[in-house]
Design a binder for this molecule. Structure first.
Ligand code: TEU
Length: 563
């Protein structure tokens, strides 16, 4: 496997709207990000991924883009962005932006021109498809509910949108459109951007006959992923994209790829793959319901552990995954992957340990490093996210009470991760002097950066230690490139694996106890404890017999042990 500059890096996702507001409009901004570069550097972050900061009507929080070459006024100016690039560079940090090119905004001039002349050049930048029997061309349901088709006014055509109707899908079959996209990508790379997180990219290949599918819900529609699964030939587009852009700049690219076929792993992230890496969503998709959040399945510890191990096994000889416990589309990892009784500081440190030391590129989501949690709301009007509003409606239509539907949102809403970053115990968690665009999680009085900074046993301090260990000159090779071998799977509640250096045979054990009983693990003579979340009491490598050493892990205890 070829080595790359990003193999041993730590990435951090910033959701700009909720990071830090410096001008009192209740919306985070670039100046806020600039002022926290040192905070991120100290945490150990190398690569910063910014969720979209382009100009946008914010129907889908910036994932609807009418101008790919400008910065949203709410966030700041291009000068500030250039300054951010520079300041990051000074600190040996890299900036990665979101690349949203499955669709644009209905406000984009391309779409406006297409509407003005539905038979003209720009109509072919989109999917303008003739109605069938006076109805939409097919029965697909979009990611945010409802048909993926919207009438083109004054015609017998419909345009395709897999997401909101304000996010028309771009027609990648059109070489002129592709050229425009490549030029735009290169324009940003030329500025000094290190790469992109590539949004919803698996959706760019359609089945051009636009067939209908077996309905899977009472609305008579079928989920649009049915078409995505059936579409073939995306590789040609992605190879061209890479050749024309990323490859020329040695850019780091991380694909948001759902619904990928297993045999495509090599093609996506092998040595000649389309992307540097893709996110591992195997844990996220594990509990998906057949219809929506209201019928999501509960998370089973063993299924979760096996899903992660399976993903690690498949990728090991191919490339690198990007590992997450949360992002701006997912609930908070601490609320989701920790059983209720383990949702405390020790549990959060354990979750950090077992996820950040996996093989792959760790992506930390803002606030994860202080253990931010899901946020309970008492009415649907307190949510902003378009997806949450749809899922709430679905739940109610399926017969859930208001309380049950709100519980679904508490567990799954994308707004859980989008509440403002909790910087201090001051007003609005120190996020803004104004009124935050989305209310702060009331637990900011207990969970905030200021309280944790400098407190040696805080979650934040532990993240720093953990990242420093992963990046330390002594162990960075083994953590970056070492194999991952699952361990002690027979012990209830134990999430453990070895990281093994194939050449030297050196091994590091990473273990956490997600169960309710203490467990004892046999390691080896001379084992050295590198890190633990409960150093004094819960976790110890004590001398056992001369042949073996015992690692005792109390519930929520975790340890990293060099053999
Ligand atoms: O997400 C793509 C995607 O598939 C998700 O919408 C996912 O289905 C959904 O979040 C599940 O709740 C990307 C972005 O990450 C997301 O924020 C955008 O809304 C979406 O693309 C459209 O650009």
């Amino acid at each position: 496997m070829k080595k790359h500059w990003w193999n041993d890096k730590i990435a951090y996702q910033i959701y700009p709207k909720s990071f830090l507001d410096t001008d009192g409009d209740g919306i985070g901004d670039l100046k806020g990000i600039l002022s926290k570069l040192d905070y991120l550097k100290e945490l150990g972050v190398d690569i910063i991924w910014l969720s979209p900061i382009y100009k946008s009507p914010f129907v889908d929080q910036g994932y609807d883009i009418p101008d790919y070459f400008s910065i949203a006024e709410e966030f700041g100016t291009m000068e500030e962005f250039d300054l951010l690039l520079n300041e990051a560079k000074k600190r040996d940090m890299y900036i990665v932006m979101d690349l949203v090119v499955n669709h644009c905004s209905d406000q984009h001039p391309w779409f406006q021109k297409a509407l003005a002349d539905p038979d003209g050049e720009y109509a072919d930048y989109f999917y303008f498809v003739k109605s069938r029997d006076g109805k939409a061309p097919s029965n697909l349901r979009g990611y945010f509910g409802g048909s993926v088709w919207e009438p083109v006014p004054g015609t017998d055509k419909y345009y395709l949108h897999m997401f909101a109707k304000e996010q028309p899908d771009l027609n990648w079959e059109n070489p002129r459109l592709r050229r425009q996209i490549y030029d735009m990508v290169n324009w940003w790379l030329e500025k000094g951007l290190a790469g992109f997180r590539i949004d919803a990219i698996i959706n760019i290949k359609k089945v051009l006959s636009f067939p209908s599918y077996e309905p899977d819900g009472p609305d008579g529609l079928a989920f649009c992923t049915k078409m995505v699964d059936e579409a073939s030939g995306i590789g040609d587009f992605l190879q061209e994209l890479k050749r024309e852009t990323f490859a020329r700049y040695d850019a780091f690219t991380v694909g948001e790829v759902f619904n990928m076929k297993e045999e495509e792993l090599q093609e996506f992230i092998g040595d000649e793959g389309h992307f540097s890496t893709i996110f591992d969503f195997s844990a996220h998709i594990l509990t998906f319901g057949d219809h929506g959040w209201y019928d999501e399945k509960p998370l089973e510890f063993e299924a979760w552990r096996s899903a992660l191990f399976q993903a690690q096994k498949e990728v090991q000889s191919v490339g690198f995954l990007a590992n997450i416990i949360e992002n701006h589309d997912e609930p908070r990892g601490a609320s989701r992957y920790l059983p209720t009784w383990a949702q405390n500081d020790a549990g959060k440190k354990m979750l950090a340990t077992t996820s950040i030391l996996l093989r792959g590129i760790p992506f930390i989501y803002q606030g994860q490093e202080i253990g931010m949690t899901n946020c309970r709301r008492s009415d649907i009007s307190e949510y902003n996210d378009i997806n949450t509003l749809d899922q709430y409606k679905l739940a109610v239509e399926a017969g859930c009470t208001k309380e049950e539907a709100l519980q679904c949102c508490f567990e799954h809403s994308r707004d859980n991760a989008r509440t403002p970053m909790q910087w201090s115990a001051g007003p609005n968690g120190g996020f803004t002097d104004g009124t935050p665009w989305l209310a702060v999680n009331p637990n900011f009085t207990q969970i905030n950066v200021e309280e944790q900074q400098g407190r040696p046993d805080s979650v934040l301090s532990y993240y720093k230690e953990l990242i420093a260990l992963r990046k330390s000159p002594e162990y960075r090779e083994i953590f970056a490139y070492g194999d991952l071998v699952p361990a002690f799977e027979e012990l209830p509640g134990i999430f453990a694996y070895w990281r093994v250096d194939r050449e030297t045979g050196r091994r590091i054990l990473v273990a956490g106890n997600y169960g309710t009983e203490a467990q004892v693990i046999s390691t080896a003579p001379g084992a050295k404890l590198l890190l633990s979340n409960l150093p004094q009491s819960g976790t110890e490598v004590s001398s056992g017999s001369s042949e073996s050493e015992q690692l005792r892990l109390e519930p929520c205890g975790c340890a990293v042990v060099l053999i």
